[in-house]
Write a protein that binds this ligand. Structure first.
Ligand code: MN
Length: 239
């Protein structure tokens, strides 16, 4: 059987004086290890979303920049980074089109935030300044280290994919879900109540979001994060 192709969103960044399309290689390896072929998609105009999704069987929204708070009707806090308008527009259009098509979608880190905003939710713009007593979630220096626990709701797509309801994850984010969009169910939280996992509540769409970086943990001894990508691959193959 031919391996199905899935879209992985990328960003653009100035590197060595030139604007370049960029994605961490860890996503490519994690998707490939699950038996899928990744197709890397740069930020494009919103009207390209239909063409992109017409060429693939699944969508992976990857990590990256803070989403522009104007997209959830908030003033930009001084702690929120400058937005990448082109990437925001492209990924919101992709997520909404994937919702219309009921295309399997895995949303990682910034991805879970894009999904929530695209469907009408809001974000916490900066955990340390807005959530008193929260854990340190911005451990970008330790990308592949499991630095805090999460508790996953039983009877969720996430729990079935991970094969566990309690596990430790890495953490490289300073923002988090705020008001959760209609249709989305929160299925994992850190001990400080920060949302670490969310999914489409109905059984008509496989859309799973995680706040941590499972792509950095698929070489780990524990099966949890490989399980996440394998669950995505199974639904992609079945669709
Ligand atoms: Mn975290």
């Amino acid at each position: 059987m031919t391996a199905p192709v899935v879209a992985l969103t990328a960003t653009t960044k100035m590197i060595d004086g030139l604007p370049r399309v960029r994605l961490n290689d860890a996503y490519v390896h994690a998707v490939r290890a699950a038996g899928l072929v990744p197709l890397i998609v740069p930020p494009l105009e919103a009207d390209a979303a239909d063409s992109i999704l017409g060429a693939v069987k699944g969508l992976v929204l990857t990590g990256g920049e803070d989403v522009d708070p104007a997209l959830y009707d908030a003033e930009r806090s001084e702690r929120t980074h400058a937005p990448h308008d082109g990437r925001d527009r492209c990924e919101i259009a992709l997520l909404r089109r994937a919702h219309e098509l009921r295309m399997p979608t895995l949303a990682i880190c910034r991805g879970i935030q894009v999904a929530n905003v695209a469907l009408g939710g809001t974000l916490v713009q900066d955990i340390p300044t807005e959530c008193a007593g929260a854990l340190e979630h911005d451990r970008a220096d330790e990308r592949a280290m499991r630095v805090h626990e999460i508790v996953v709701e039983r009877d969720s797509v996430l729990a079935r994919a991970l094969g566990a309801t309690r596990l430790d994850v890495n953490s490289s984010h300073h923002q988090a879900l705020g008001r959760v969009a209609d249709g989305i169910r929160v299925t994992a939280r850190a001990p400080d109540r920060i949302v670490e996992g969310a999914e489409w509540a109905g059984d008509d769409w496989w859309m799973l979001g995680v706040q941590w970086h499972p792509e950095e943990l698929v070489r780990d001894a524990a099966d949890w994060d490989r399980g996440l990508f394998n669950a995505f691959a199974r639904v992609v193959r079945g669709s």
